[in-house]
Write a protein that binds this ligand. Structure first.
Ligand SMILES: Cc1ncc(COP(=O)(O)O)c(C=O)c1O
Length: 411
């Protein structure tokens, strides 16, 4: 697709003077796009040149008061939003139990009290109900929801925004999976005081490219001072340029229509986000994934029941057709959801091998990576299915060398 828009950072990188003898970092000493902050390339922490112009454009596109480009993923944006809350005197934040680890780690690092919102997990981690949000918000001064989530579902945004407004509590949105929604009714910026977009996930930005936004002057000021504490001091220019590019990249409505039609044709999960194609393979999941990978087709994740295929405006219609042809050949198995059972948490903990863990009480949440949301929550009894799923997964979080943390339950 021909680019018909101006990208300030990319233009600056392309117009470098030659010769360029590098007596600066990075150590590879090659002039090119991967430069450091030089006299002509602006500075991410106090932008006045091309980065400032890029941030202004991105803020305008996102309908925000301020935008801050990030080269450290949505994680740094989540942390910056939480720090902004703390700088505003807020110490208790409500968030769904199945929030990404960046939310929980951020609260941990900043000493914020997290108030978990109960969520169902059938047949995969679900968004919380409005009633559950209401109940948790009673004990918190701010709300942080994920919108949309990895499975393509949205929380009750309008109602949550109304609730927060009535209670004078800020609403934050983790839009790690929602950058492609800018300009639509579902976009985080229509509801939140602060939100983060993972540009690298659903827009054509390089990995780790993201942006964090404030919707009004008050939070813009708070975020401006918090974001500089959460970002690297050596930003990658290719990533910065790609984030600006990603927000200016045109929508691909033909693909959106094709993706929605494909969902219906494949009887994929009925979610609300065209970029997330979620197909239930249940007990056939691993075999389906292997079949696809042998043919060079790689899904975003296999959570043991579902294969998730992540689309973006750059997905080709031809590739979508190829995916359809392959998926149609594959048998579907039964979806198995380990029913969680809560237990009495103890004081002493121990790391035990996963194969001995069934029936024990989990002492630290853990899960598959991605989607990086907990499969087993702290205080839940570990089912055999969940332990087997963790053992079989190539990448996990919350485990240590094949062991899981459990509470010692004295007989
Ligand atoms: C819901 C959610 N929030 C935040 C993040 C963190 O994003 P990043 O990997 O860009 O730091 C992720 C990553 O997968 C995510 O799924």
């Amino acid at each position: 697709m021909k680019r018909a828009f101006r990208c300030h950072i990319m233009e600056m990188l392309r117009s470098q003077k030659k010769p360029h003898l590098s007596f600066h970092t990075p150590g590879h000493k090659r002039a090119g796009a991967d430069i450091t902050e030089l006299s002509y390339s602006d500075n991410l922490l106090s932008p006045r040149g091309v980065i400032a112009r890029a941030e202004e454009d991105v803020a305008r596109i996102a309908g925000a008061e301020r935008a801050f480009l990030l080269t450290d993923g949505s994680t740094s944006g989540v942390h910056a939003m939480l720090l902004a809350l703390r700088e505003a005197g807020i110490t208790r934040v409500a968030y769904p139990a199945f929030s990404h680890k960046s939310v929980k780690d951020g609260c941990y690092l900043l000493g914020l009290k997290g108030v978990e919102i109960a969520c169902a997990r059938t047949p995969y981690p679900r968004q919380p109900s409005l009633d559950a949000i209401k109940a948790a918000l009673e004990g918190a001064e701010a709300l942080l929801l994920t919108s949309p989530d990895y499975y393509g579902n949205f929380p009750p945004l309008q109602e949550a925004a109304r609730l927060c407004k009535e209670q004078h509590k800020p609403l934050l949105l983790d839009g790690a999976h929602g950058a492609h929604l800018h300009g639509t009714k579902d976009y985080a910026g229509n509801f939140a005081q602060m939100w983060v977009d993972g540009a690298h996930k659903s827009l054509p930005a390089l990995t780790q490219g993201a942006a964090v936004f404030a919707g009004d002057k008050f939070w813009a000021e708070k975020l401006a001072s918090s974001v500089v504490r959460c970002r690297t001091t050596s930003p990658s220019y290719p990533i910065l340029a790609s984030v600006e590019y990603a927000y200016k990249y045109p929508k691909n409505e033909a693909l959106e229509r094709a993706a929605n039609a494909l969902k219906r044709e494949l009887r994929a999960e009925d979610n609300a986000d065209w970029t997330k194609l979620l197909v239930a393979f249940g007990t056939e999941c691993a075999r389906a994934e292997a079949f696809l990978e042998e043919r060079g087709v790689f899904p975003e994740f296999n959570d043991g029941n579902f294969l998730m295929f992540y689309l973006s405006p750059c997905t080709g219609l031809r590739e979508l057709k190829r995916l359809k042809a392959l998926l149609k050949k594959l048998p579907r198995g039964e979806v198995c959801i380990p029913a969680p059972e809560a237990g009495e948490e103890g004081v002493r903990t121990a790391w035990v091998p996963l194969k001995e863990a069934a029936g024990r009480l989990c002492a630290a949440e853990c899960g598959l990576f991605p989607p990086c949301v907990p499969l087993i929550l702290k205080g839940e009894r570990i089912s055999r299915e969940a332990a087997e799923r963790l053992s079989a997964a190539p990448n996990t979080f919350g485990l240590r060398e094949g062991k899981i943390l459990v509470f010692e339950e004295d007989a």
